[in-house]
Design a protein around this ligand. Structure first.
Ligand code: Q46
Ligand code: ZN
Length: 299
C-alpha cells in the first residue's frame, strides 16, 4: 500500500503490509465485521471477556480505538501461575488505558476452580472450562445490565470449532455457530465475535506491533485439546491453499448456516437451581458445580 518496509505477509489477501498499514488493515477487518453483521452501536453497553491473551487484548485495543466504550471482565479460572499472570497482564492493560476491568473469581463465586472441576467430572479440562466461561460471562453480562457480551474468538478458533462440529455432525451447535447470537429474553445476553475475520497469527502480530503485553505461555491444561489439533490441521491446509480457512468459515456462514437454523429452535427454561437458561431441569454448569463440590467434601 506504500513504499514502507513490509513487516508481515498475509497470503490469503495476497498482500504484504508495513506496520501502520497492517494495523489499519486489522482494524478495518473488525470494523467491517461489526458493520456486516450489525453487531452493536455506539450506545450499546458492552462487556468484553478478557483472558489476558493476544486476542481479547488486541480486540479491546481495536474497539476502543474505533470509539466504542467497552468494559472488560476477567474470569479467574484458578489455573495456578497461568491465571495469576494473565490477570496481572489484563489489569496492567486496563490500568494504562483507563479502562474498567471487573475480576470474577470462579472459586470465590462458585466454590471450585477448573482443575478441580476437570478432576471431579468426566469432562476434559477445556470442556469444563468452556462451560464455566460461557455460563459465568453470560450471567455477569445479564446481571450487570450490559446489552452485549463481546468475545475475542478469531478466525482460527471459529474455523476449528466449525470443523469439529462438522466432523461430529453436531447439528445443534452448527445451528448456533454464528458471529452474532441474539439475546433471547430468557437470560441469554446478545453475544458477538468481531474478530472472526482476523487469523490467530494476525492478532498476535497486531498485539506485538502495538506494544501490547499479553500472556504468551500456553495454558498448562490445554494438552490434548482437540480444537488445537484441528487448528494445526487447518494450518497445514492453509499453507498449501491460502484462504481455505476463511472460505470454509465464511462459506458456511453464508450458505451452510441457514440450513441448520431450524435446529436452533430449542425451548429454553430456567434452571431450577440458579435460574439461568437451560434445556433441562438443572443447567450443565450447576451439575458441574454440584459434582465438583460433592467430590471436594468426600476427600
Ligand atoms: S483456559 Fe480453559 Fe483454555 Fe486452559 S483449560 Fe482449556 S479452555 S486451554 S482457552
Ligand atoms: Zn443452573
Amino acid at each position: 500500500m506504500c513504499r514502507g518496509k513490509a513487516v508481515i505477509a498475509v497470503r490469503r489477501h495476497n498482500a504484504n503490509f508495513c506496520r501502520p498499514h497492517f494495523l489499519e488493515h486489522v482494524r478495518r477487518q473488525v470494523e467491517r465485521t461489526i458493520e456486516d453483521y450489525k453487531m452493536f452501536g455506539v450506545d450499546d453497553r458492552m462487556i468484553l471477556g478478557v483472558s489476558g491473551g493476544k486476542d481479547s487484548l488486541a480486540l479491546w485495543d481495536i474497539l476502543t480505538g474505533l470509539g466504542y466504550r467497552v468494559d472488560g471482565v476477567y474470569l479467574h479460572l484458578g489455573i495456578g501461575e497461568y491465571s495469576s499472570e494473565s490477570l496481572n497482564l489484563s489489569q496492567a492493560f486496563a490500568h494504562v488505558r483507563g479502562l474498567n476491568l471487573d475480576v470474577v473469581d470462579l472459586t470465590a463465586e462458585y466454590g471450585f476452580a477448573i482443575p478441580q472441576a476437570a478432576a471431579a467430572s468426566r469432562r476434559t479440562p477445556c470442556s469444563a472450562c468452556g462451560l464455566s466461561k460461557r455460563y459465568s460471562l453470560n450471567r455477569i453480562a445479564g446481571e450487570r445490565g450490559y446489552d452485549v457480551l463481546v468475545m475475542g474468538h478469531n478466525l482460527d478458533d471459529e474455523a476449528a470449532t466449525l470443523f469439529s462440529n462438522v466432523l461430529g455432525w453436531n447439528v445443534e451447535y452448527l445451528g448456533r455457530q454464528h458471529p452474532v447470537l441474539p439475546a433471547n429474553g430468557e437470560g441469554l445476553c446478545r453475544k458477538v465475535k468481531p474478530l472472526i475475520r482476523v487469523a490467530e497469527r494476525e492478532t498476535a502480530a497486531y498485539a506485538i506491533l502495538s506494544g501490547i503485553e499479553y500472556e504468551v505461555e500456553e495454558c498448562p491444561m490445554a494438552t490434548g485439546n482437540t480444537i488445537n489439533r484441528y487448528k494445526e490441521w487447518l494450518n497445514r491446509l492453509e499453507e498449501q491453499s491460502p484462504g481455505i480457512k476463511a472460505n470454509f468459515l465464511f462459506g458456511f456462514l453464508e450458505r451452510g448456516s441457514p440450513l441448520f437454523e431450524m435446529s436452533d429452535h430449542i425451548a429454553l427454561r430456567n434452571c431450577s437451581n440458579c435460574g439461568q437458561p437451560t434445556t433441562g431441569d438443572v443447567c450443565a454448569f450447576c451439575r458441574l458445580q454440584q459434582v465438583t463440590i460433592t467430590r471436594k467434601h468426600e476427600r
